[in-house]
Design a protein around this ligand. Sequence first.
Ligand code: ZN
Length: 120
Amino acid sequence: MSNYNWCHGPNCHTTETQSRVRGSGDNKVLRTIKIKLNRYGNYQNGIWNHFCNNRCLFDYIQTHIQSIVAIAPRSKALETPVKVVKEKYESSRYNWNGEGGPQRVPYQATRTIIKSVDNS
Ligand SMILES: [Zn+2]
């Protein structure tokens, strides 16, 4: 089993960087980047075992998006049950128009809290 992958970016081999130049004399080429497996551990589910950088990842997605979404189609919206709670709290703002510099003015503010619901 090999311990590397070739970058899957469809345009990886056209990007002009010194790291991609291979060959000698007048027979030089730009070659797809060779990626050492697990170079970032399991970071982002090993996605970086297949792409050398974000540009190659997004080029790949752009090229293959129809096939990718066909793997796991989403025909309707998903929903997560939650409770929405409005809560009043003391806050303050500054009045910058008064004499003697900015004045701190307290007021009753409202915040919205989204709480997950335990379905078990
Ligand atoms: Zn690449």
